[in-house]
Design a protein around this ligand. Structure first.
Ligand code: ATP
Ligand code: MG
Length: 291
């Protein structure tokens, strides 16, 4: 018997789809560094999964910034304006608790995330969680529910610094930094809650890569490869610096919508190349690859 999940909308699953062990998957996109491409990655993963025929939920734990909710509002507006029928995720947002007592606030955050994750997981094939670019309790709890954690990382030692302290002379890893430590703690929290066998797959993807191989890129390659072994993540191919990854936001689209919907936007070579990058990421994470 295949243990690949069947899309809840009745379509056949993509043959390259991951093994889902008969239950839905939670994908958390996180990095404590702001502006690393978390919301951009969420939008692309979400639309790719929707176009592959899966029922998808999106949980926004960065509801103050609300990038994801604005993106979905834009998408709804476009559909109304142009009479398009685009697939939509089920959307839910959680703001940090405003209780004065720290303990009560934590408990409320924890209860809200747990309730939302249980419900959205039960009703959908995939739950994709966007998290803020800073450390807060909501983000921590969100990480503890990941089956897959995707961390986009800008191609810069400034951004790598939240993952590890790097030796400037030889680019070796001196020690893991605060975000890597938080991920480790949330892996432990999950194991404590759900049993020791429950851990998650951590995938780090490079974002906004330059098109020319630079000395900085080579040094980053070396540092990330060493770090992957040291703190236990996999490295996935990421996205290049491309206007297409940001220019469709106001219409609530990603390049994955262009072929599927009558948007009037023509696919250029850059769109095709960007689509290949998204496919590469999906494949490397083990997610269903769009056609
Ligand atoms: N591959 C890319 N090519 C071009 N622009 C990109 C790419 N990835 C992200 N961007 C742009 O970089 C900026 C930051 O991206 P995004 O908002 O996705 O990051 P974030 O990690 O969610 O930020 P925050 O921590 O503030 O939530 C945005 O302007 C986005 O459009
Ligand atoms: Mg964001």
């Amino acid at each position: 018997m295949s243990n690949t999940v069947a899309p809840k909308n009745g379509q056949a699953p993509n043959p390259e789809a991951m093994s889902l062990e008969g239950h839905s998957k939670v994908i958390v996109v996180g990095n404590e560094k702001g502006g690393s491409g978390k919301s951009t990655t969420v939008m692309h993963l979400m639309t790719a999964l929707l176009h592959a025929g899966y029922k998808v939920a999106a949980l926004d734990l960065d509801a103050r910034q609300a990038t994801l909710s604005h993106y979905l509002e834009n998408r709804r507006d476009l559909m109304a304006r142009k009479g398009l029928n685009l697939p939509m995720p089920e959307y839910h947002a959680i703001l940090p608790s405003d209780k004065v007592s720290r303990d009560e606030a934590r408990q409320e955050d924890e209860d809200r995330v747990e309730e939302a994750v249980q419900r959205l997981r039960a009703e959908n094939d995939f739950l994709v969680i966007d998290t803020p670019g800073s450390d807060n309790f909501l983000s921590r709890i969100g990480h503890s529910y990941a089956d897959i954690l995707v961390t986009p990382l800008n191609d810069s030692f400034v951004d790598l610094d939240v993952l590890a302290k790097i030796d400037p002379d030889n680019h070796n890893v001196i020690r893991p930094s605060q975000y890597a430590q938080m991920v480790f703690e949330q892996k432990m929290a999950r194991a404590k809650r759900e049993g020791l066998h429950k851990t998650f797959d951590w995938v780090v993807m490079r974002n906004r890569m330059g098109h020319l191989e630079s000395k900085n890129q080579q040094a980053m390659d070396q540092a990330i490869t060493t770090l992957a072994k040291r703190i236990g993540f996999r490295v996935a191919p990421g996205f290049s610096e491309r206007v297409i990854f940001r220019e469709l936001f106001l219409d609530g689209l990603t390049l994955l919508d262009l072929r599927a919907a009558d948007t009037g936007i023509r696919m250029s070579m850059s769109h095709v190349a960007a689509r290949q990058e998204v496919r590469g990421l999906l494949q490397s994470i083990g997610l269903p690859v769009i056609g």
